[in-house]
Structures are given as structure tokens and as C-alpha cells.
Design a protein around this ligand. Structure first.
Ligand code: DUC
Ligand code: ZN
Ligand code: ZN
Ligand code: ZN
Length: 483
């Protein structure tokens, strides 16, 4: 059985050209004019692009006393409905829990996944067991390790732990990820705000100003530099951290930044809504920022100083959010976005002229496939690549609403937003999974994507070698004082 996508324009991160795409055995078998196959998908007027890759999701994650509401079933179904064909989720050991043990928990969650997936492994504490197990995690095809610089008393690691873990990741040929917020300052500001009677959701935003993110991003970049490890900064939300990333990249450091679709399109005024539920549903970390920070993020995508657009999809129902009535620090942090990332980015990025369609492909798919070393299996329209494809109709429109969404929660942070540009078909390894408004994928269709380590230095080789291989200085005698 073969499938041919006919009459469209292939759009990759590099170029756009008219061609048909033939799919056999889950892979792209041919690209060119006048191809035929058993099943024909009509792509006239559409773009044929690599399926989106969301490098940052939290599905069914134990967090802040509850579990995020979308699991691998509803989450990956939402992904496909929005043109995304792969998610990278975070396996999260609780402090003291072994990495292999946590991985087993995640392996038990994924049986019903509709699209392909991989994991980042979180390092939430440090010790010999973690050091040892990291090697086995890499052998399992997980080469990216996430560190929380916030969530003090829960997931946060300190600088000594960060440095030790970064060195280990570098030695294993992996890549370090950071949630960059200064957790000590956040804890102080939160306690003060609560003591002063600021208990509402807006207190969340006040407790996490851009400076806490800028400081932590700078610190993580410097520690990664000393450890010689490539660094990926998740959910870059403001100019303060973008500036640090931009500077590092200009210095030749391997550092990448990841804005979220939420931070690109929603701003801090959401937290001042008179409706408590409205504001609380938008509580996430980092919080939404003002328009100047949004401009900075868009500029980063345009200039290439920011690399990937993600969602940090971590959805909680209104009931779950209400745990934080009377104390904003207890509102589960997180928002959804898996189904809306691609249409929202197309609408606010491509339709406004900020991004070209090729840049859209780069930041939604190809860049992360390269960074995580799974290109061109993923993120490409090339013969031999997985047929993870989206047939994109730039003229199709809808108004985003929780009604009819795939996500399990009862609201949508983009409610009422009009989008133009939607997936007509989404194919997961050649299987038609989203067919013009209808889910056709099967539960359990998704497979784990293993990744190979790839040794890389973080900065200029000479300086790096000097730092990591110190030589004792030979001295002829002990200096005599006064001489
Ligand atoms: N931020 C969130 O908003 N949710 C999950 C974890 C995180 O860092
Ligand atoms: Zn985070
Ligand atoms: Zn509202
Ligand atoms: Zn996250």
C-alpha cells in the first residue's frame, strides 16, 4: 500500500517547490512530478511540510500535588489535530528516585500514544546513583537532561549539582536543558507577596519578574561553558534571557533558546482579568510578559538567535487550578497548547510577514530535529525520512475554542482567537491521522524515537581544553618572605 500526496508545494526549512510526495512503508519513497500511488491525498493549494515536533510537553506528569490532565492519549491526539507529529516529554524522577525507575514510569504511560515521542530525562537531585544511571539512560537513546533552577524544595537543583550534572552530560555526548529561573528569589518574593496579602493569580507574575529568568539564564550559560556542555534553554520568555542567549551564541557557544507559542501571543494583562478562573488558567512558569518582551522573542525567531517554538504543554482543569484559591503559589503551573501551536504561529508569524514559511518549518520542526540529533529521520521532507508530514492549508480558518478540542481540559487559553492556516492532513509515519477535521489515528500508533549521543564542545576548543585539563605548575622552591 502506498500513498501519494498530489498537487502541493513542498516546503522545507531550506526551500519551496512544487512536487508530489510518495509514501511507502511509513517512509518517503519519492519526491517529484506526476507520482502515483494506491491512495491519493489532494494537496492542491496546500504546503507539504515536515510534521511539527514539540520539544517540550508534560503529559500525565505528577506536579504540585496533582497530575497534568492530558495524558499520552489525549495529548498526542491534540498534537496530530494541530499538525504536530512528535512530542518530546520530560521523564521526571522525584528527588531521591533513580532515573531508570522514573523511565519505567514513563514507559508505562505511553502505550496509548497516537504519535511518535521521545523523552528528556530530568535531573532533580544529584548523587552517585544519578551519575551512574545517566550512562544507561543515554544507551536507551535519551541524550538530553533537564535541570530545574526553580521549584525550590521540590525539583530545584543548586549550582554545585548543576555543574556536576552538566559535566557528566557533556562527557556522555548529551545536551543539557534548563528551566532557568532563580528559585531562591522566587521563593522569597512569593513569601513576601503572600504576607502582604497578594494572594491572587497576579501575584504569580509579580513573584517571577524577568530578572529571575535573566539571572538564571546567564548563570546556566556560564556553568555550561565551564562544564563544556551544549545548553538548551527551555521556555525563553523575555528579553533578559534572550539577551544572554544571543550573546552566548555570538561568542560561539552552543546555546539555544526556545520561546513558547503562549509567550509569543499572550501577555501579562491576562493575570489582571477580574475573573479569577481566567487568570489562574493562565498561570504558568515563566509567566506571560509585556509586549516589549514579546517583540524580543519574535525578533529572536526572525534573526535566528532563538531556535524552536514549543508549548510546555502541561494542562490542568479549572478544578485543579482552584486548588490555589487564596494562595497563588498553590495554583498548578501550566497551560495547554499542543493543538494550537502551529496554527497560532502561522497566523501570528507567517500571515503577519514576521516569518517565511521556510522559517516556520525550521522553528516548528527541523531545528529541534537537528539539535536533538534525529534529523533527517524527523524534521525533513527527504527520500528515506519518516513520513511524518502535514499538508497545510493556508486559507483554512477557524476560531479556537475549548468546544471540540482534543485536549481533556475544559477551557483553552487561546479561546476566541481567529486563526488562518490549518492542517488539512497530518500523517504519522505515513498513516493518515488527521483527515480534514477528523482524527483517524489509532491509540498505540506512536513509537519511541531513540537518539544517539553526539560529542560537542560548548565553546572555542583551545579555551575549553585549557579549562578542563589543568596542568600543575612546576616550581623550584618555596618563596621566602621578604625576598
Ligand atoms: N512550568 C509550568 O508552567 N508547568 C510545568 C513546569 C514548568 O516549568
Ligand atoms: Zn519549566
Ligand atoms: Zn475569562
Ligand atoms: Zn516544562
Amino acid at each position: 500500500m502506498s500513498t501519494v500526496i498530489k498537487g502541493g508545494t513542498v516546503v522545507t526549512a531550506d526551500l519551496s517547490y512544487a512536487a508530489d510526495v510518495l509514501i511507502e512503508g511509513g517512509r518517503i519513497a519519492a519526491i517529484g512530478p506526476d507520482l502515483s500511488g494506491d491512495t491519493v491525498l489532494d494537496a492542491v493549494g496546500c504546503f507539504i511540510m515536515p510534521g511539527g515536533i514539540d520539544p517540550h510537553t508534560h503529559l500525565e506528569m505528577p506536579f504540585m500535588g496533582t497530575y497534568s490532565a492530558d495524558d499520552f492519549e489525549s495529548g498526542t491526539r491534540a498534537a496530530l489535530a494541530g499538525g504536530t507529529t512528535m512530542v518530546v516529554d520530560f521523564a521526571l524522577p522525584s528527588p531521591g528516585q533513580g532515573l531508570l525507575d522514573a523511565l519505567k514510569m514513563w514507559d508505562n504511560k505511553v502505550a496509548r500514544a497516537h504519535c511518535d515521542f521521545s523523552y528528556h530525562m530530568a535531573v532533580t537531585w544529584w548523587g552517585e546513583q544519578v551519575f551512574d544511571e545517566m550512562e544507561q539512560i543515554v544507551r536507551r537513546g535519551i541524550t538530553s537532561f533537564k535541570h530545574f533552577m526553580a521549584y525550590k524544595g521540590a525539583l530545584m537543583v543548586n549550582d554545585d549539582e548543576l555543574f556536576s550534572s552538566f559535566r557528566r552530560v557533556g562527557d556522555l555526548g548529551g545536551i543539557a536543558l534548563v528551566h532557568a529561573e532563580n528559585g531562591d528569589v522566587v521563593a522569597e518574593l512569593s513569601a513576601r507577596l503572600l504576607a502582604e496579602g497578594n494572594t491572587g493569580p497576579e501575584g504569580h507574575a509579580y513573584s517571577r519578574p524577568p530578572q529571575v529568568e535573566g539571572e538564571a539564564t546567564n548563570r546556566a550559560i556560564m556553568i555550561a561553558d565551564m562544564a563544556g556542555v551544549p545548553l538548551y534553554v527551555v521556555h525563553t520568555s523575555c528579553e533578559d534571557s534572550h539577551e544572554a542567549i544571543r550573546r552566548a551564541r555570538q561568542q560561539g557557544k552552543r546555546v539555544w533558546g526556545e520561546p513558547l507559542i503562549q509567550h509569543l501571543t499572550l501577555d501579562e494583562s491576562e493575570y489582571f482579568n477580574a475573573d479569577w478562573d481566567h487568570a489562574a488558567r493562565r498561570v504558568m512558569s515563566p509567566p506571560f510578559r509585556n509586549k516589549l518582551h514579546q517583540d524580543s522573542l519574535w525578533a529572536g525567531l526572525q534573526s535566528g538567535s532563538l531556535s524552536c517554538v514549543a508549548t510546555d504543554h502541561c494542562a490542568f482543569t479549572t478544578d485543579q487550578k482552584r486548588t490555589g484559591l487564596g494562595d497563588f503559589t498553590k495554583i498548578p503551573n501550566g497551560t495547554g497548547g499542543l493543538e494550537d501551536r502551529m496554527p497560532m504561529l502561522w497566523t501570528h508569524g507567517v500571515n503577519t510577514g514576521r516569518l517565511t514559511p521556510n522559517e516556520f518549518v525550521a522553528v516548528t520542526s527541523t531545528n529541534i530535529a537537528k539539535i536533538l540529533n534525529m534529523y533527517p529521520k524527523k524534521g525533513a521532507v527527504l527520500v528515506g525520512a519518516d513520513a511524518d508530514l502535514v499538508v497545510w492549508d493556508p486559507e483554512a480558518e477557524k476560531v479556537i475554542s475549548a468546544k471540540g478540542q482534543q485536549s481533556a481540559i475544559d477551557y483553552n487559553v487561546f479561546e476566541g482567537q481567529k486563526v488562518k492556516g490549518l492542517p488539512r492532513f497530518t500523517l504519522s509515519r505515513g498513516v493518515l491521522s488527521w483527515n480534514d477535521g477528523t482524527i483517524e489515528s489509532r491509540e498505540g500508533q506512536g513509537e519511541f524515537v531513540a537518539r544517539e549521543p553526539r560529542p560537542a564542545v560548548n565553546r572555542a576548543l583551545s579555551a575549553w581544553k585549557e579549562l578542563t585539563a589543568p596542568r600543575p605548575v612546576e616550581r623550584s622552591g618555596i618563596p621566602v618572605s621578604g625576598v
